[in-house]
Write a protein that binds this ligand. Structure first.
Ligand code: FPP
Length: 246
């Protein structure tokens, strides 16, 4: 049982306020079982539920999941449509439960690229969970960090051209305010599953001082236990943000 770990987390005290996750390894999980890749993604939905519930149990306030990258649009059309169908299925199947648990869902990314029914599902879950105040669940879909930064630069440039912002007011805070993540601040902890050691164009600005935790577990095998282990590991870190410990 993972409850022993939960008790240790509570004993230790400070929990990461914002946890981000690169959910990786669905394809390998499917391949190991001689199954088509979409079945790996389907199995990954259960892990999403586990991590959402684990985040609520520990008191994490914001959970940001990398569900579909800009680069993922280059996958075979059958896999893309399977992922979009799963997204819609996840929303249809979980929206009541999420609302009941006090989860507020936001979708971050280039949503204009989504098809009409995926976009409608995204708008629905955002609307129906808007009152959630226990956990913010950010789903990054059609998201890439470089595109997000380029968009932020463009939005700032537009304001300068319109005359609503002065060039000298463009600083880190001004850029941060144009990122999708502006309301929630930077992640304290990034978890990447399946053992890969890269950021894959995810939250490049926001992860500047984030603690990294890499587990070899493939995403569909993730349970709340892996989240708890990552949080316990985080609680042993000494975060200095470039300064020296007092
Ligand atoms: C990476 O595994 C995972 C994805 C591209 C998709 C993540 C989607 C889910 C977990 C399911 C649905 C989620 C929601 C929020 C509805 P990969 O395919 O790159 O795996 P591989 O590296 O082993 O090939």
């Amino acid at each position: 049982m993972a409850e022993d770990l939960l008790a240790d987390i509570r004993l230790n005290g400070a929990v990461p306020r914002h946890v981000a996750v690169i959910m990786d390894g669905n394809g390998r999980w499917a391949r190991e079982r001689h199954l088509p890749r979409p079945l790996g993604h389907r199995a990954g939905m259960k892990a999403v539920r586990e991590v959402v519930e684990g985040a609520i149990a520990t008191g994490v306030e914001v959970l940001t999941l990398f569900a579909f990258s800009d680069e993922n649009w280059q996958r075979p059309p059958t896999e893309i449509s399977a992922l979009m169908d799963l997204l819609e299925e996840y929303i249809a199947g979980e929206v009541d439960e999420l609302r009941g648990q006090g989860v507020r869902v936001n979708v971050l990314g280039e949503r204009a690229r989504l098809g009409p029914s995926a976009r409608a599902a995204v708008e629905r879950v955002e609307r129906d969970t808007a009152r959630g105040d226990r956990l913010t669940l950010n789903l990054c879909i059609s998201y890439s960090s470089r595109a997000e930064l380029a968009r932020a630069a463009r939005l700032l440039a537009e304001e300068v051209l319109k005359g609503t912002k002065r060039l000298e007011d463009i600083d880190e805070d001004a850029l941060r305010a144009k990122l999708y993540t502006a309301p929630w601040g930077d992640p304290d902890l990034l978890i990447r599953t399946s053992g890969e050691r890269r950021l894959s164009n995810f939250l490049l600005w926001q992860l500047a001082y984030t603690e990294l935790y890499i587990t070899p577990v493939l995403w569909p095998d993730v349970t709340r236990r892996e989240l708890f282990e990552a949080i316990l590991d985080y609680q042993r870190r000494d975060r200095r943000f470039g300064k020296v410990t007092a």
